[in-house]
Design a protein around this ligand. Sequence first.
Ligand SMILES: Cc1ncc(COP(=O)(O)O)c(C=O)c1O
Length: 397
Amino acid sequence: MKYNFDEICDRKNTDCYKWDLAPHIFGHEDIIPMWVADMDFPAAQPMVYALTQRAEHPFYGYTHPGPTVVDSVVERMKKKFNWQIEPDWIVFTPGVVPALHSAIRSLTHPGDGVILQEPTYHPFFPAITESGCQIVKNNLKLLNGRYYQDYDDLESKFLPQTRLHSPPRIKTILFCNPHNPVGRLWNVDGITQVGEIALDNNMTVISDEIHCELLFKGNKHVPFASISEEFEQNSITCMAPTKTFNIPGIAVSSIIIPNKKLRDGFNEIGSVIVSGPNLFGYTALEAAYRYGDEWLDQVLDYLQGNLDLLMEYIKENIPGIEVIEPQGTYLVWLDCRGLGMGPAELGRFMLDDAKVALEDGFIFGETGNGFMRMNIACPRLILEEALQRIEAAVNKR
Ligand SMILES: Cc1ncc(COP(=O)(O)O)c(C=O)c1O
């Protein structure tokens, strides 16, 4: 089936965050919402069919993930990443964010340190602090329009002389691949360096790979845990079909924990904090993984077209903004420092002058000051309109 992603669908009055909350949060009726991470494209037809079929059976009792649901995750990991996992490694949760909270609590004691790599997905901060832990920053480096991990800095967190000055015992790292918000895909070498530093220092890796199937052309995702058995045994991998297939409101994710001790710890904490996904989550996950690829292939082509347009348009027409070219996700990190505005002023400028709702860079950490994150998963006409609005506002200054 051919999907038409150019079609502008009216999502208003569906209680969606993106369109229905935007006027309240941002204070303008006619704002173009390009903030929260979902796509303005209807979900794949097989998924709609599967959910409708399930809804027509009028029993919505407590439900466990049946064998075909579990197998669909096992098969997906094998098919997409050549990663052979076992069914009992999978724990289903109603989202990656609650799983991050459970994972951190299961690996740490209050006061321990958790590493994150700023700028980073903003719910990582409360996942650490609300678990009573301390944030230890291993910030990314920006060199010539591209972000890199800083392995020397990461290693230095474990040096005895550093420890004297920074008391928390570091137990885990929130590793994000592909990385939100900068769109970087860490390759085997980058993953291996982090994994080895982790092994050398008794640090478990929590690897958030929710965007792993949203890649631009020429990129290939490698799950952290697929590198070696040692990495597998020292990690908690967060996977989900929700970003990939645009069903985040369905709230379902599969957390893959090969190490039984880590898995038991996660389950013990997790079962206290949250229950499993709702039954439609299981239906949607299986339908997406088994029958969603026709849609996904087309959406990835379309997103590539949007990215190409954005890069070209900004380069040609909007001085002061530089696109950090992403390798994955549909979230684009815009370096707006050339506009010469402070962080709050930049956000207000995009809202009040351009009438475009982007995510403020500073919510991803201090290193996000002067940046904005734009969600380009929308019909091309909307993207063009947003770019024209930003261009006009910049020209007017
Ligand atoms: C890196 C990352 N992790 C987790 C999530 C959200 O996961 P969930 O909706 O499953 O809680 C997002 C959403 O944008 C994300 O970018």
